[in-house]
Design a protein. Structure first.
Length: 266
């Protein structure tokens, strides 16, 4: 029984850490996106993870950022297990998996695939988008909560921490925004405003509505990309459904539309 207890605890820890790895472009957990096909703690304590992306041609840079996040999550497991991560059904899956088996780091494997792409610059682009998306959800939630724009923009960490949202997007994003804020501005003092631009500038009360319109554009773009990724993955790995008897856009993208039979006019 003790062994079973340890196994359950390790499985829970594995799932919890993997859930903290985000798709960098969408700022959504890779587990919720369905990219982690299998995550298993073996009887000897080792860990195996199978990872799939929604399309064969997903950017190798995006794949690197997610796989590197998974590696860091596995390195953080309390029992320090040996682990194996395998990428499936991707144009660079063979190179990636062969490199991993050879003991190369993800950085070494993807260094050649990335070419001269500045991966740190790419990370920063995605960090900015995530910061904005999380912030917009909290700002809109506070407005719905009945606070004035002046009250919102004057909030410090202590004031933010006592806010209790109803279950929903604002409640989900508030701790994530708080984490993003402190990660981006680690030297921030508790009494300083918690709502600033991603560059650290203050937001004038008179400009909040215009600022929120900008953040809304970022969110809509990310949500569209997220819906597309989910649809592509669902269609790729499951039976294709038709809408009103007709193929969907995804069917055309994945070349799953048969040629129509030629009709003979009588």
């Amino acid at each position: 029984m003790a062994t079973a207890g340890v196994s359950i605890s390790r499985e829970d820890e594995l799932r919890r850490l993997l859930a903290q790895v985000n798709d960098p472009e969408l700022d959504e957990p890779v587990t919720e996106m369905g990219f982690v096909e299998r995550a298993e703690v073996k009887a000897n304590g080792s860990v195996e993870v199978d990872f799939r992306l929604p399309t064969y041609w997903c950017s190798p840079n995006f794949a690197y950022l997610m796989l590197d996040g998974i590696r860091k999550a596995l390195d953080g497991l309390s029992w320090s297990p040996a682990y194996r991560v395998r990428l499936h059904d991707h144009m660079f899956a063979e190179e990636v998996n062969r490199g991993i088996e050879a003991g190369k780091t993800f950085g070494q494997i993807f260094g050649e695939l990335a070419g001269d792409q500045d991966l740190e610059s790419l990370r920063e682009t995605f960090r900015v988008k995530a910061f904005k998306r999380r912030q917009e959800a909290v700002l809109c939630g506070l407005r719905r909560h009945g606070l004035t724009d002046r009250e919102i923009l004057g909030m410090d960490l202590a004031a933010l921490d006592v806010v209790r949202f109803e279950p929903g997007e604002a409640a989900r994003q508030m701790p994530r925004y708080r984490a993003a804020l402190l990660e981006r501005f680690p030297g921030r003092r508790p009494e300083e405003p918690v709502f600033v631009t991603c560059e650290g500038a203050g937001i004038p009360t008179s400009s909040l509505s215009a600022y929120l319109a900008e953040l809304r554009g970022v969110r809509i773009n990310m949500e569209f990309n997220g819906a597309l990724c989910r649809g592509l993955k669902h269609t790729r790995y499951k039976e294709t459904d038709v809408v009103d008897g007709e193929p969907t856009l995804v069917d055309f993208i994945l070349d799953r539309v048969p040629e129509r039979a030629t009709q003979t006019l009588t």
